[in-house]
Design a protein around this ligand. Structure first.
Ligand code: SF4
Length: 212
């Protein structure tokens, strides 16, 4: 059984898969409390659903792309892995969005992980030692995995660009996403243009066109 917050069908909005029809499985529960979290409703206990019931709901939609998100889906990693296998065997393309604080070790090769690296203004870490959870995960990144930095400020931008450089992460697809009403997209665009960095500015496409 998995604890599920919701399953819905929309456009993928926050990765290099943005714009594609996608089935979202939002798992319940999160171990972090980001200052700008826009899915606090996913922190509560969800509905217990069997693997078969989840598969049935996924198969009721016409798309072949599925994203697991949260909350933090890797809190239910043991129960999640058999579901990923079933979907992979059925020919689905699979994405998993994770907050980056839980080990990525053992994720299957067919899965694309979209891994958040939390910046200072997220408020989830206060020291270099607490930042360790994210650096501990770096050896487990696979070439296909994407890194997402959600930015509130110039401080966050400088942290993100330094983190990428210091940890030699430039070979991954890098996504910079501004927090609504905290950092203007035009401001972030001007910093990227000024520095000429090959990082992708991304707005929450599904919200811009008023989808869930
Ligand atoms: S990790 Fe995601 S769900 Fe959890 S608090 Fe942060 S933004 Fe919200």
């Amino acid at each position: 059984m998995l604890s599920i917050c919701e399953i819905f069908y929309s456009l993928q909005g926050e990765s290099t898969y943005a714009g594609l029809p996608c089935i979202f499985v939002r798992l319940a529960g999160c171990n972090l409390r980001c200052a700008w979290c826009d899915t606090t409703y996913s922190h509560a206990e969800g509905q217990a659903m069997s693997l078969e019931a989840i598969l049935q709901q996924i198969q009721s939609y016409p798309a072949r792309l599925v994203e697991f998100t949260g909350g933090e889906p890797l809190l239910q990693k043991t129960e999640l892995l058999p579901l990923l296998d079933r979907l992979h065997q059925a020919g689905y393309t699979l994405l998993l969005e994770t907050n980056g604080s839980i080990s990525l070790q053992g994720l299957p090769d067919y899965l694309v992980a979209i891994v958040d690296i939390k910046c200072p203004d997220s408020g989830v870490w206060k020291s270099e030692a607490e930042l360790g959870a994210w650096t501990n995960n770096l050896p487990y990144l696979r070439p296909q995995d994407e890194l997402k930095f959600v930015l509130c400020s110039r401080k966050d931008y400088l942290f993100a660009t330094d983190f990428i450089r210091q940890n030699k992460l430039q070979t991954h697809q890098i996504i910079f996403s501004p927090v609504r009403e905290r950092l203007a997209p035009t401001q972030l665009a001007s910093w990227l243009l000024e520095d000429g960095l090959p990082y992708r500015l991304q707005l929450q496409l599904h919200k811009l066109i008023d989808l869930k």
